[in-house]
Design a protein around this ligand. Sequence first.
Ligand SMILES: *Cc1c(COP(=O)(O)O)cnc(C)c1O
Length: 376
Amino acid sequence: MKKEYLMAPGPTPVPPEVLLDMAQPIFHHRTPRFKKLFAEVNVLLKQIVRTSNPVITFASSGTGAMEASIVNTLSPGDKVIVINGGKFGERFGEICKAYGIQVIEVLQEWGIPVEAAQIEAVLKENPDVKAVFSTLCETSSGVVTDIKALGQVVAKTPAILVCDAISGLGADDMRTDEWGVDMLVVGSQKGLMLPPGLAFLSVSEKAKKLIDSCKTPKFYFNLKKALKSYDADDTPWTPAVTLIVGAHKSFSMMIEEGMDNIIARHTKLAQACRCGVQGLGLELFSKAPANTLTAVKVPDGVDGSAFVKKIRDEKGVTIAGGQDKFKGKIFRIAHLGYMNHFDVLISISATEMVLKELGYSFESGAGVKAVQKALL
Ligand SMILES: *Cc1c(COP(=O)(O)O)cnc(C)c1O
């Protein structure tokens, strides 16, 4: 018998209550029943995103909403700033370039957070910038960005602020309206305790002005169409009905727990995880560690890729390795969504056992002991 533990930063475990609701028979979407469900989901979603603006739901993975934020606001030749401190910041730049948008890339060393002052300086030199793209949690490096500070800088300019909170929402604090985020990008399979397949995008009044003048061709991800349907508690195309049913449950669970309590829980789990890996003598990779996940440097003498494979195949614990140039050099443990104390203990305990088997030397139980100490 093999028991599986999903400890990667997406997809994350889905609560049994949500899975059971999604097991109900399918029903038609052009019905009062669906409209009522979708209206309720959208009220909950706004509370989770902490916005009074519409939040559009797409049947796509998170990248679909990243693309939607670009093709609906920018036109070929427009200039934007992209903060690239890892794989996902990089992706915003790649999508922009695919549509002929001029990208000023602010390259950050992986693991080092960007300072709002850096972006302020680039904005001063380029007053014609139409949008600034950032991640809340850069999942490839475990860095959380100070979106509040960035929001203050961008709000003073005509540019909109687009923030990828696909992994961060529901783990790292995110106050969309208060912090001046014009478009928040979210995915279902990370902090929201749902399977993959839904993406969400909030749309501010400032963003709507750009939507009106946007010339980039698009069809499926058309926000004008989506916003019109949204006002009638509807979607332009067939919605992912089953996932919307699941979202009703998971969002209700989140609002019942309370956003502040959810962030506090993740803060504690993240802190415990960091204590655990440091208890093993390992070094954190991120200089601004997120609540979403902990990125850890693979110790000298250990094959990082073999470690991630072994912990999954032999212990049933799926964590993530490094991406790109950090493949084999770091590993990433998520504490994200439907998780609590014992999930961190499982991750750290499995990490200990496999590192021991791979010849890394430390006092057995040191990680687990540090986690328990942090949690008590
Ligand atoms: C997972 C993730 C994405 C990609 O989302 P998909 O659902 O795979 O399209 C984008 N950005 C961040 C920060 C992520 O963590």
